[in-house]
Every structure is written in C-alpha cells, then in structure tokens.
Design a binder for this molecule. Sequence first.
Ligand SMILES: [Zn+2]
Length: 884
Amino acid sequence: MRRSRRLLASTFLFSLPCSTPNAEVVLEPKHDFVEVNSMLKRSPLTATLIAGLSLLIASSFVAQAERSDIETVAANQGPATPKNSKSNSDPFYQQLRQQATNAEDFAAYVSVNNLALKRDAATFTLKSGELYFTLPIEGRVTAAVFIGAGELTLAPPTEAEKRSLELFTKQPGVMTEEFSTLVLRFTDRTFDEIKNSPNAKMGGSGGGQASRARDLFRDNQQLLRRQLHDNRELRTLADLYAPARPGFFNAFINGSRYNKLIYIMDPLGIPEVSPEEIALFSYGDSDGGIWTAFHAAPEYEQKTANGAEDHRVVDITRHEIDGTIKGTELTITDRLSFRVLAKSTRVLPFNLYRSLRVKRVTDEQGRELSFIQEDKDDDPDFGIIMAETLEEKKSYKITIEYAGADALHDSGGGNFILGPRSTWYPNNAGTQFGDRAIFDMTFRYPAKNIFVGTGAQVAPETRDGDSTVAKWSSGTTELAVAGFNYGRFKKKEIADKDSGYNLEFYANEEVPNEIKNIQAEIERRENRAPGQQQNVTGTTLGSVTTTGMAGVALAEAQNSARLYNAFFGKLPYTRIAMTQQPAGFFGQAWPTLVFMPYLAFIDSTQRSQLLGSRGGTDTFWKYVAPHEIAHQWWGHTIGWTSYRDQWMSEGFAEFSASLYVQLTRGNDKFIDFWEDHRKQITQSSPATRDRKPYTIGALTQGYRLSSGKTGAVYQSLIYPKGAYVLHMLRMMMYDQRTGDAQFKAMMKDLVQTHFNQDISTEDFKSIVEKHMTKEMDVEDNGRMDWFFKEWVEGIGMPSYRFDYQLAGNTLSGRVTQSGVPDNFIMLVPIYLDFGKGWIKLGSARMVGNATIDLGKLELPAPAKRAAICAMNDVLALSVENSGK
Ligand SMILES: [Zn+2]
C-alpha cells in the first residue's frame, strides 16, 4: 500500500495490496490514483492478439483507455476553489513561499575552500566557489545555493544498498559525482556549520553570482511545485514551529553525469521509504527511482535500524466521516481523533487527494484553524497548523471539511470508481499505507445507487427525500485503511455458517461505457455488411453481463474463506463483499471489501472475444478472487511495517491462491501454478527492460525494485518470489503422515500473535523459528538465518540436477546444486512415484556448489520414477531429473 509519497511523483511506481500478475498497475504515487488498463497500453499484448475482430476490439479498447485518460485530464480543469482566508495564509509559510522574489534573498554569501558537509553516508565537498543564503525566517536560514566545483561521495551502509546504488551508477561500493551547483534546503544546522567553518569566508554583500543563485532557487521552486508536486515549504514550516527538532537536509544535485539527483536526510523519515531517514533519488526519465535508502548511521550501531521504527507525529485513532455523494461530487466532513506522539508538534501533515479541496478546519474549541493546501496541479500537500503547540501523549479532535468532484469517476451505466483509495479521507502522512484507526462512516447518496463500505452496516439504511442514508462502522476493530464501492448494483449474499462470514456479491446492472462502445461498434459493423450473414463478427458481446457470475463469485469466496480459515485462522471481520469495479485489469482488497476487475465477472469466451486468446486462458482473472480474498488475512489482519516487509502481503496472498488452486483444481494445476511463478521470477521480459527479475535485488527492496532502469520488476518479484518463500517453507514442513499440520500451526500462530497489527520480516522469522522442524535447523542454532538471508535478503538462484537409477527395490543417485554462492544451503526434497502420485522420501541437504551421492536406498516396493522438487518445492533456475 500506500502512502505518502512526496518526491518523484511522476517517475516511480508504488503498489497497493492488489493483484496484477499480468497487469502493471501503476499508481501515481503522489495522487494515489490507480491507473487502469495499463496492460493494454503495452504493445506485447497487441502482438499476441489473434487477427480480425479481436484486434479491432482490443484496439478500440486501447483507444478507449487512452481517451479516458484524456478525459481525466480535461476533468481536472474545473473552476478554481475560492480562496479561504485560513488557507495558505500562515505568515511564516507565506515568507517561505516567497523566497527569492526580492534582491535581498541570496545576497549574503560565503566563499568556500574545501568545505566538507557530511550528512550521514554522504559527504559534499565544496572544493571552491560560493554559497548564497536566503534571508532568515523566524530567525532561521532554510536554504542555500552553491555555485562552484564540488564532489559528492556516498557509501551506503549495507551490501544490499551498495548493490542497489551500483545498479544505477555502475560504481561498486561508493558513488562519487562531481557537481557545479547545489540547491540546499534544510532546517538542520547547515547554516551555522558553514558560517563557523574555517573553510568558509564570509563575503560582503553583492557576491558576483547572487542573481544566478536566485534563478537556480526559483528553478528549484518550479521543480518542486510543478513537477515533483512536493510542498517543501510545508515540511519546512513544520520544523520552524518545532525548533527543538534536529531538522532535515535536502540537496538537489546538478552533477556532471546525473543532474536530477536529490539527497535527503530527514529524522522524521522520508515518506517514500519511511521509516528510513536517508535516501538518494533521481527524477530522471531513464533512471528515475530510489537509488538507495537506509536508516541513519547511529541506528545501525545501536542495532535499532528496522522497519518497526515509528516516526508519526500523531497517531490517528478514529475517523468519523460524514459524506454526501451527488453525481461524482463528494462532500465530506471528517471528525478526526488523534493522540500526539512527537514533542513540540504544531503542524500536522496529511495525505489527501489533490482535488479534494479543504474548506474549513476547526479544533475542539470551535476555533477555525489555519491550513496549507496549494493548487491541485501544483504541490497540494495538506497540512494543518494547530492553534498552539500540542502536548505529547494528549488526545485531540479536529474537524476537516472538504469536497471535490474528481475523486469519484463515472464510467457510465451506474458504474463508478473511486480513484484515490486511501487518500479520499485525510490519511496520516507519517505512514506508508495508513494509520490503523476506527472508522465510522455515514453517507448520503441517490436512492437508486448502493454504497458498500468497509466494516459493517450498523443500522438499516434510511430514506431522506431522494437520498438513502447508510451508516457503516469498523466497530472496535481498527482498520489500516477504509473505503467504499458505489454504483447501481445487484446484490446477492450467503451467510456461510462454515466459515462464519456473510459473503456478499455486488455486480453492476449495466456494463460500463467501454463495453457499451464496443457493443455499439459491433452493431455498426454487423449492420454494414450487406449481403453477408448476420452476426458477421462472430461475437456474443451484445449479451455481455456481469451479474450472471454471482454464483461463481460467491462459490469462490466461500471456498477461499473456508480454506484460509483452516490454514490461517479466523478474521476479525464478520463479512466479505466481492464488488465489481469498472477497471478490467486489476483487483484490490480493502478490509471486508474486495474490488474485482469487471472482466473477471464475464465468462472466458466473451473475454477471449474482447482480448484475444489470452483473455480466455490467462490465469489472472481465474485467480484474482482467491488472491484478493487472501488479502483479508495478508495485508489487512496482518499488515506490514515498511515497504521492505510488503513482500509478505503480496507474496502470502499469492501463496494463498496456490492453496486454492490445489484444493479446487488439483496437484497438476498446482505444479503449473508454481512453474508459472518460477518463470516470472527467472525470465526477462520487455516489462522488466529485458532484465531477469531475480538479479535486480532482494524481496526487501520492495517496490524500489521497479525504476526507470528496471521497469516493472516489483510485479515480477514481490508477488511470485514472496509467494515462493512461503511455499518453500510449507514444503519443508510438509509431513507425509500429518500433512500440513505443522505449517498450519505456524500460520495460525503468526495471525494470533500479531492479530490486527503490522509485522516486520523479523517478526515473521521469529514465528518460523518457533515452529521449524528439526531438519530445517541446518545451522544447529534454532534459527532460520540461512533461509532468510538466501531467499528474502539475497538474490542467489540455484540450479539442480538429479541423476538417478531405479533397480528393483533400490534407488541410487546424485543430486547437484550449482550457480550459488559457496555458503548457500538448501534442503532439496526427493520424491518417488509408486504409481499413485508423488510421495516425499526426504531431503538432501545441499551446501554450496556440490554434488552428493545418495548411496543405495532400499525401497518398500519398486518405484516407477523419482524426482527432486516434484512440487516445484524449491525456487530454481532449472531442475533436471534424469532417470534410468
Ligand atoms: Zn495483492
């Protein structure tokens, strides 16, 4: 999921708990908007399409998708919201926004001679030149511009981060970059440090390049506002109101090779990689992404560098949301309760979708509060300035009123889609995904439509004139995120006693416009073929409907819920709703609420007619429901602490789908499922810029695996390799007599121990160590370090070969492991088939690149065949079984 994303809005991908094995779901990070149909925008699909009508239909689909993008842009050009006297009016804020508008700014300067500014792992050596400073605001200088000759050296503290940086720079270990200008923005002690340095000489006024410094700073303001959509002045203001904080440091580096680099050090965490405090970004087209990110150096020394670190300034405990929907216009009041976590907090940062415009903020005493929210096309970060500094640990309430017509999109025929999934309400900017809280929601909307919320309905709907009023609540369960689906739906439900959940299905009565347009085109062609048979296009799309899938969708939900209950235990929720959304190529799950791609709700014959043969055979639509339902456990009941832990949400959801495949479709499809996932991890494709995904980085790099250099590697690694990690553990724990008993006990323990909390990779590892088998203790220390180092933090990829002989009642053979680091350990399972399917005989413990001889094993009966990794038990580049 999602959060807060500040810099690099347009250049990198940020993924939510969702399922898109074959679609590249690209979230516009800053605006939290889900881009749909991106699969169709990529050419490979078109190339695979069968000739004729499919091509026609698919191309009209593409046109439609592109057209809808244009519409989105056009829809953004609404009338400007009238200015509120309390918005953007804070006097310090106004001074910050107006820096570099008068000649006194950047008039003061120093000459430097080998001045070294050390900021954690980076050193900026200003060899020669001049530094120009802004005027102080509230007694503090917060920006400087360097013009001259300098050099950056940067050495990340971990091997994985060195590797990540090297991917972009091709410089092993340490990066060095010459630069000619720097724009520095800071609230730390940078100014005092420079002023007091013996390597800096105070100049008088009128340094020769003051006006150039001002121009460079103005360019930087434009960059932040127009391109990166990041309100640095709001971030700066937060620290001006909290003078005791250590402050942040940003350097915008105009380097000789890379001129779009930003180095950030922020003790409050950097939104994109929170809770990490250090990062180097590029906003370039071909190398955009987070080159490296890590914790502050002292945290490595004190061994506190981990994802559980909490930088939130407040903890939001409750949202009381009162909303009205009229057309696509949302008018919302959110009464927010929060507890203060950080000392001397006065400015509260939120993530709120850019076109939801704040009208008024009041505190508990009814005082109208000053707030910041710039134009939606600039840097619209939302922040509230409290009337006074807040007391640590105390609880407060504020009321935020906002409205906008661009968050909800109308796709025609009563089909609506909510664009910003986690920022349609003010979300805590100090969190990556969301701040767990109680959500009470009351919504008013036209009576012809249906509103499906998160949590459960607390009272029957009531009528108020032409409107329906619905009340929803998460009860006593805090949710990481809340949302809703909305439209003209048909509802079906079953109370499943076996699983204990009420299962609901909502499909739209009419298809969205993109299907209607295709139907109209078909009709046109059929009517325009004089002398030809009717139904010249050979399609049945005229009759396409999604409501007919109710039975199938409910059965999928029922089977999934029962299966996951058995493996993982019960959810804190009473119901799960499968709802249709007018996006064909991605699904997403919120607590109790699953958004299904509408193309999963039409039959595969019609999907083939729309998309070519792939629409009928692709497993994405087949397995999207079990994947999304699994997110109720993985992602929601068990969340993740930082982006480095998100692999568990997507990986475990994908793993859960494999259980579903095994249960409903049998072992052969189960093995196919893993073979397909193995290929996703090991094979290069245009989507990964022809790189093999597993070589790019470890699971703990999270969404950062995707970048301008690597394409959509996140999708090709986090989902399938994250799933493989759990699959390998399950297979290691599988016992021929007790089956999955040990594995189930482990997973239930994980859910119970961390019920409705966010977990780190380390938390999961501890649970595995509690339940590991004796055989898994390969290092004889009761720990699973070896496994997590190799598969979660590492990028090693073994290959295997098994040469065996079956003679009478004996098996002999040799197992070879190759292509791995010397200390790479794995348990490689050996299977036999006595004529009734595979039976696990045991495992070979392989260390490094080696071959071991099994000797001569006596069998109870003659076997038909033998194999290693018969269930695709070990992720490998290749597994060869060669028997005689
Ligand atoms: Zn997912």
